[in-house]
Design a protein around this ligand. Structure first.
Ligand SMILES: Nc1ncnc2c1ncn2[C@@H]1O[C@H](COP(=O)(O)OP(=O)(O)OP(=O)(O)O)[C@@H](O)[C@H]1O
Ligand SMILES: [Mg+2]
Length: 346
């Protein structure tokens, strides 16, 4: 398989897609999670049309589900599509705000308090506007692992979700009306894992079956029940959509493998320039990687690790040794428990 990198999704100064185009583009980037696409896109369209309600964020989404299934990737993909770069978003790791006093890192300490001058709040208007772009005025904010947040942070979030406002330590008010808020959580993940049964391997599932569809519904119920146990009804009521990510099928993983290889080829092109080469996996090599990287437990994270260990690291070693000739096609094929670079024609 040869990899094309001439289609650059990060082109700047292009009008961002919306409506069906956006849905299609998002579905291409976030594989096998149609619920995420259909839940989020209508809110973007409402904002684009100028008809999003005032006095609240454009949309508030709670993303639930097993690890490595595309929750964080969804927000990155949206940032790529509407702003041209995955970096155009604010990510708040709620795990860093487990203690009451740590919330000051987000909003800044009040005047007169210790650290007032030193603490640069994370959520200022300037920072929020800074992740919008000339292509779109919408800022994407991700609060990761909200179940870890201290109660004062949950209260703070409630204000943002409800009135689109946040009062900073210095009394300035930040407006969140032009933001889309994503909350992710592993709540219910353990119970979901149990529901999915013992992890099964590559041979077990090739296509989505009826059984898997039922599993997805069940996972949604498990996730929601866990969220209701942890958060107050007022908090849950302010969420526009709860999206449960389903375990990835092997067809999904095959598509993700192609994405990851295109991404890696782009890195080779950008970093090595004229010293670059074209990576090509033999069909057997691709199959081998998929089998080795299939995991119900870790989703695409395991696939990423497998590519790292069996493609990127050995290739990097060959490049460092100078055994890869620039401008050539480098073919990789499995031999026993690893991938090897096939000898190149002279
Ligand atoms: N549905 C998907 N479509 C495309 N790529 C995916 C998908 N799921 C996972 N990936 C790939 O795997 C990586 C890890 O996924 P991601 O960060 O979205 O996991 P997550 O669902 O947020 O998990 P966690 O709960 O551990 O944070 C992504 O960077 C991406 O490369
Ligand atoms: Mg994540």
């Amino acid at each position: 398989m040869l990899i094309r990198t001439d289609i650059d999704p990060n082109r700047r100064n292009v009008r961002p897609p919306f409506g069906e185009d956006l849905a299609e583009a998002l579905a291409r980037k976030v594989v096998g999670q149609p619920a995420a696409v259909t839940s989020i896109v209508p809110y973007l369209t409402m904002h684009k049309a100028g008809l999003a309600p005032e006095g609240r964020p454009v949309g508030v989404f709670l993303l639930l589900g097993p690890t490595g299934t595309g929750k964080t990737r969804t927000v990155e993909a949206l940032a790529e599509l509407i702003h041209g770069s995955a970096k155009n978003m604010i990510k708040v790791d709620c795990g860093e705000f487990q203690m009451e006093h740590e919330v000051a890192k987000l909003v800044g300490a009040p005047p007169g308090y210790l650290g007032h001058r030193e603490t640069q709040p994370m959520l200022t208007q300037q920072k929020i506007n800074g992740v919008a772009s000339e292509r779109s005025d919408l800022s994407l904010i991700l609060f990761d692992e909200i179940e870890k947040a201290a109660p004062s942070m949950t209260r703070m979030l409630l204000g943002i979700l409800d009135k689109a406002q946040l009062r900073l330590g210095d009394n300035n008010t930040v407006n969140f009306e032009r933001t889309m808020i994503f909350l992710t959580s592993n709540l219910g993940a353990q119970a979901m894992q149990k529901q999915m049964g013992t992890p099964f391997g590559f041979e077990a599932v090739v296509h989505e079956t009826e059984e898997q569809r039922c599993t997805a519904k069940r996972l949604e119920q498990i996730g929601l029940a866990a969220v209701r146990r942890r958060f107050s009804p007022e908090f849950v009521n302010r969420i526009d959509k709860v999206v449960t990510y389903k375990p990835l099928t092997n067809d999904d993983l095959a598509k993700i493998l192609d994405h990851l290889l295109v991404e890696f080829q782009r890195l080779i092109d950008n970093r090595l320039g004229v010293r670059g080469f074209v990576l090509s996996l033999t069909p057997r090599g691709r199959k081998w990687l998929l089998k080795k990287g299939a995991s119900q437990e870790y989703g695409a994270r395991e696939l990423k690790r497998t590519i790292h260990r069996h493609v990127i690291q050995p290739l990097a070693a060959s490049v460092a040794k100078g055994t890869v000739r620039p401008g050539t096609i480098v073919r990789m094929d499995p031999r026993e428990d690893k991938l090897v670079i096939l000898p190149q024609a002279a």
